[in-house]
Design a protein around this ligand. Structure first.
Ligand SMILES: Cc1cc2nc3c(=O)[nH]c(=O)nc-3n(C[C@H](O)[C@H](O)[C@H](O)COP(=O)(O)OP(=O)(O)OC[C@H]3O[C@@H](n4cnc5c(N)ncnc54)[C@H](O)[C@@H]3O)c2cc1C
Length: 465
């Protein structure tokens, strides 16, 4: 960390760029008293909003109620990088390592899901700056160059359209002295403005007839014969079916806490780049970029030519710790600000306008998992790790299949039927996560998996993403 990085971070506003806007929707009323619903959805992030939209488009008469603890998109859904990828498995290689036999099906479903998101946006007049573009992994070390070459061979074997770049090829696209090579994945990414997308989904589900209660935290969900009772501090919803879409907040259901841990991911947003600054880095095709270590940065341009720069330093806090006190970790922001300056030295003097963090819900397989309770009247979908902007629509679709008792190609998947390995309770949970973090950092420094990662691999807890 340099003094310059600290000074730049000190000037940034601790707020989420995407939702720090005057046209945020007015807050909906809180739940008061008792109401009935056919389907009650807990959580109004992407998963909850897509669940409502899909349920209402299929069955316009269904009484759908959404209960949100804060406001719609308060969680990860407004705080992310806006990389809306086709992958449902946290990347092709994570999918290959955990579900090799069904990866072709999952890839096909992921492509259809991304197309459906774009079609839905067109159908409902959603303006969320959605653009298809390439996704590039940049190699920063020689072992990463070798890994990308191996990945390119695997892409070739699976028919994935890609381009392998040498150092000059990478730097012709975006000029950073840190690049040693790169791998372009051509057809799998749309960049979006996530808060605009979530707010538009909120508008659409209200137009389709959903009722939404905000600032209404669900404190319990119980079964009363053939119905479920969803309780908040101010009221209750008696519902035939419930979908829990609280992702990293695995609180209303104890079962979820075994499989989901919240990890805080940190993001910086620069001021808009001038024409001269844009010319100094290139990036004319506005691709989504990440570097290819296990601890990686992801970055992209916004509509007004800012650079969103996030990732690398993901923090778990004891006891699934969550809340505002974890969103302001200056040391993490300074660390990634230093990496930004190393990546783009030609942008020295460019300030950061915003800095924030958000909770990523993750599982031991780094992809969405599903659970059912109360005679399958309730389903939950959570744990997308860093790739839920697109996959959350598919997670919503699967959760609806599950609560509606449908047997579909989706519900047959091992990824849907089989839960990942649970995390142990505290204090072992914290110990295991911090040990794994250190092992990952070491693997990034040396280019080799150590004993911890190899052992985890043997138990199906892989790190290929
Ligand atoms: C910093 C960051 C960067 C990311 N970048 C990307 C990216 O570029 N691309 C990508 O694909 N993914 C990314 N992700 C992940 C992605 O944002 C999430 O996977 C996705 O938004 C999950 O949506 P969700 O609706 O399941 O969860 P959330 O958006 O977290 O929604 C859960 C909702 O449940 C509510 N809630 C919680 N508890 C209760 C309760 N008891 N009662 C009622 N409501 C409750 C919360 O307030 C919240 O609104 C990122 C995440 C973070 C944090």
């Amino acid at each position: 960390m340099t003094n310059t990085a600290a000074a730049l971070v000190a000037e940034a506003k601790p707020a989420v760029f995407w939702s720090d806007r005057p046209d945020a929707p007015d807050v909906a009323p809180a739940l008061r008293g008792s109401i009935n619903a056919d389907l009650c959805i807990v959580g109004a992030g992407f998963t909850g909003l897509w669940t409502a939209l899909l349920a209402l488009e299929e069955n316009p008469g269904r009484r759908v109620t959404i209960i949100e603890a804060e406001v719609a998109a308060f969680g990860a859904s407004s705080r992310n990088g806006g990389f809306c990828e086709a992958s449902l498995t946290h990347g092709f290689f994570n999918g290959l390592s955990h579900w090799p036999d069904e990866l072709a099906t999952l890839e096909r479903m992921g492509e259809a899901n991304l197309t459906a998101i774009i079609d839905t946006a067109q159908r409902h007049g959603i303006d969320a700056d959605i653009r298809m573009t390439d996704q590039i992994s940049m190699a920063l070390t020689q072992w990463q160059v070798a890994s990308l070459a191996e990945y390119a061979e695997i892409f070739t074997a699976h028919g994935v359209r890609h381009t392998l770049l040498d150092r000059n090829g990478a730097r012709e696209i975006i000029d950073s002295p840190t690049y040693q090579g790169g791998l372009i994945d051509h057809d799998a990414l749309a960049l979006v403005d996530p808060a605009r997308l979530a707010w538009a989904l909120r508008r659409v589900v209200l137009e389709l007839g959903a009722s939404l209660y905000e600032r209404s935290r669900v404190t319990s969900i119980t079964q009363d014969r053939n119905t479920l009772v969803v309780t908040t501090e101010g009221g209750t919803v008696t519902a035939d079916r419930v979908v829990v879409a609280t992702n990293a907040w695995a609180e209303p259901l104890r079962q979820m806490r075994r499989y989901i841990v919240p990890v805080y991911d940190h993001v910086l947003m620069t001021e808009p780049l001038s024409t001269a600054q844009m010319a100094a880095i290139g990036w004319s095709e506005r691709q989504g970029v990440s570097d290819s270590a296990n601890q990686f940065h992801y970055y992209r341009l916004t509509a007004d030519n800012r650079i969103l720069w996030g990732g690398y330093d993901a923090n778990y806090y004891y006891g699934n710790g969550m809340g505002p006190r974890y969103e302001n970790r200056v040391a993490s922001h300074e660390l990634i600000a230093g990496h930004f300056l190393e990546t783009f030295p030609q942008l020295e003097g460019l300030g950061f306008s915003h800095r924030w963090a958000g909770p990523i819900g993750t599982t031991s397989k780094f992809a969405v998992s599903f659970g059912r309770r109360f005679d399958d009247r309730l389903a939950w979908a959570a744990g997308y790790t860093g790739l839920g902007v697109g996959a959350s629509r598919w997670g919503a679709r699967v959760a609806l299949d599950l609560v509606d008792g449908l047997e579909t190609e989706r519900t047959e998947l091992e990824m849907v039927r089989k839960k990942p390995m649970p995390f142990p309770p505290e204090p072992l949970r914290n110990l295991a996560i911090q040990t794994t973090r250190r092992a990952i950092a070491k693997a990034d420094r040396t280019g080799r998996d150590g004993l911890v990662l190899r052992t985890l691999d043997r138990f199906g807890v892989g790190f290929d993403s």
